[in-house]
Design a protein around this ligand. Sequence first.
Ligand code: NDP
Ligand code: 8X3
Length: 256
Amino acid sequence: MNKITLITGATSGIGKAAAEKFAEKGHALILTGRRKEKLEEVSESIRAKYGVEIFPLCFDIRKLADVQHAIDNLPAEWKEIDILINNAGLAVGLNPIQSGVIDDWERMIDTNIKGLLYITRLVSPGMVERRKGHIVNIGSIAGREVYSNGNVYCATKHAVDALSKAMRIDLLPYNIRVSQVAPGQAETEFSLVRFKGDEEKAKAVYEGFIPLTAEDIADVILYVCEAPPHVNINDVLVMPTAQASISITHRDKNVK
Ligand code: NDP
Ligand code: 8X3
C-alpha cells in the first residue's frame, strides 16, 4: 500500500479538503468523523475520483473507548500509519467568561485537546516502533493571540500550540516529525458550528473580505508533508491577506 494518512474530522472543511489533496497524491486514507453518512459520502466520492484505498472510521473523538476500539481494530494492512493529521476540532459559542456555557467549554476542551491527545497516544507508539512518522496538528491564530469572548476556544488552541512543541521534543529521538499548521479565518462549517446552526450569524463572519478556503489550508498541509525527510516544517501561520491579526480584518463593503 502507498503511504497511509489518517485525517481526523474529514467530513467537512479542512479535513475533507486535505483528504482530496492527499488522495490526488496517491495516499491511502483513514478518514474519521461522527457523521456516518457524510463520512461515507466523502469516502465514496474520493475513492471514485482518485482510485485510492479509503478506510472510513466513524467515532466521536471525545470518547476514549471508541477511539481505542477504532484504532485497535484497524486491519493489519492499515495499521502502519505514516501521517496523522490532527484536524478534528470546533469552537462552540462566543460568550464572555462570566456567562460562558459550561457545556460549550467541555465540548471544546474534550474535542480540541483531549481528542487530539487520545488519537496521538494511540497512533504514535507504532510510529516510534517503526522510527518513522509525521504528525500535523491543526492549530489556529487563536493559539497565538486571544480575542474578545474567544476565551476557551483560544485556550484550547494555545494548548495545541504547546502540545505541538512538546510532542516534537518527545518524539525527536524516533525520527518523527511534528508540525503545526495554524490558520486564520477560513470559511468552512466552523462558524455554523460555533453559532449552533445560525446561518446568518455564520455568514456575517466572512462578509466584506476574502477568507481562506479549506483548500488553501490543505495545500499548506500537503506542502508540509512533502518536505524531504530531513526537513521538518515546525510551524506555519497562514492568514487571509485581509487579516493582519486575530481581531484586525480589513472589511470592504464592495468585496462580495
Ligand atoms: P468544520 O466544522 O468544517 O470541520 C470540523 C471537522 O471536525 C468535521 O469533520 C467534524 O466532523 C470534526 N469533528 C468535530 N467534532 C468532532 C468529534 N467530537 N469527533 C470527531 N470528529 C469531530 O471546521 P474546519 O474545517 O474549519 O475545522 C477544522 C480544524 O481547523 C479545527 O481544529 C479548527 O479549530 C481549525 N481551524 C479552523 C479555522 C477556521 O476559520 N475555519 C481557523 C483555524 C483553525 P463530524 O461533525 O462529522 O464529527
Ligand atoms: C479559528 C480562527 O479567529 O475564527 O481558529 O476563531 S477564529
